[in-house]
Design a protein around this ligand. Structure first.
Ligand code: ZN
Length: 323
């Protein structure tokens, strides 16, 4: 609460002294905020990663030609460097520390179910470790672990592990990601129904590269509370209205969209269109390692490039903090 008041005061100060209400980057960093879209194994600055891994990724970070090129880099560099449970903990720990550094107070971070393998398939140890990280940073940052479900991951392992992991109470949400196609989504329906029964937040990645129709279809099919990305919805006013009426928040990652070529430039980003249509939008880093911009930096860049107004920026900050 103290910080929120401080934030409002800073904004008024900016208005009076400069005739503008744009905050500088440091002021955005000081504002309490959430990172609502963060894959915790890739959520750290490249500098932090490099110091830990000791193995550089050539010509990095750089723009990529879609998710295929990103997945090539993952298979060649980051995945081989993460072999043990200790590696997973180190990566997640770095992401948490870099989020704290950016003034993130609520971290809705995704941990992929596949990492259970690094814990020698010991789901109890996996859960204990995730809880341990939450406790380690209690008081500094509110970490709300999310169970990440890859569409292409072994379905037998998912059906064996996901129910127990969801029942544990450690995970506050689930997120389905992978190819943004409808083929095969029915195989995950039972987990979304379970999430509903348990009161877990239901999310899926859609509308990063896919169209407005697919966003609507995923929201309806899984009864999603939130969409990871969802920018494809901006192609169709009726889908924007659908999201606004249904109060489905989109956790948008502008620099991820630019770096992967989902939008041509930050200037062209549809976040303003989504906000103006009444859609609840918050900002996430997606993979800070790859895209290099924190939540504060992304909001600052959007205002600086006049994509959004300072008032929109405050809406983005507040939307993330509403659970
Ligand atoms: Zn993502």
């Amino acid at each position: 609460m103290k910080n929120e008041l401080h934030c409002a005061k800073l904004m008024r100060h900016g208005t009076e002294s400069e005739g503008l209400s744009m905050k500088d980057l440091q002021e955005y960093i000081k504002c309490p905020k959430a990172d609502t879209h963060n894959h915790l194994n890739l959520g750290m600055h490249y500098d932090s990663y490099l110091q830990w891994s000791g193995s550089p990724i050539p010509d990095f970070p750089r723009s990529m030609d879609g998710l295929d090129e990103m997945h090539e880099i993952i298979s060649k560099y980051t995945r081989p460097r993460c072999r043990t449970a200790e590696d997973v903990v180190s990566l997640v720990d770095m992401s948490i520390q870099d989020a704290i550094e950016d003034g993130v107070t609520v971290l809705e971070g995704s941990i992929d179910i596949g990492f259970v393998i690094h814990f020698k398939k010991d789901t109890e140890l996996f859960l204990k470790t995730v809880s341990g990280l939450v406790d380690k940073y209690a008081g500094k940052i509110d970490i709300r672990p999310e169970l990440g479900l890859g569409k292409t991951f072994d379905k037998d392992k998912i059906s064996r592990w996901a129910p127990e992991l969801m029942d544990s109470g450690v995970f506050k949400s689930i997120d389905l990601y992978g190819p943004e196609i409808e083929d095969g989504i029915d195989e995950f329906k039972y987990l979304f129904e379970k999430a509903e029964r348990l009161g877990l937040k239901k999310r899926a990645h859609v509308g990063e590269f896919s169209d407005a129709k697919s966003v609507r279809r995923f929201v309806e099919f899984f009864d999603l509370h939130e969409v990871q990305h969802g920018i494809g919805a901006a192609q169709d006013e009726s889908v924007l209205k659908f999201l606004a009426d249904r109060k489905v928040r989109c956790n948008v990652c502008p620099w991820s969209n630019v770096m992967l070529g989902a939008v041509t430039s930050l200037k062209e980003h549809p976040v303003k269109k989504m906000l103006d249509a009444g859609v609840s939008v918050s900002i996430g880093t997606d993979d800070l390692l790859f895209f290099g911009k924190t939540v504060s930096e992304q909001i600052y860049d959007l205002v600086r490039e006049s994509v959004i107004t300072p008032q929109d920026a405050d809406r983005l900050l507040n939307a993330g903090l509403v659970s």
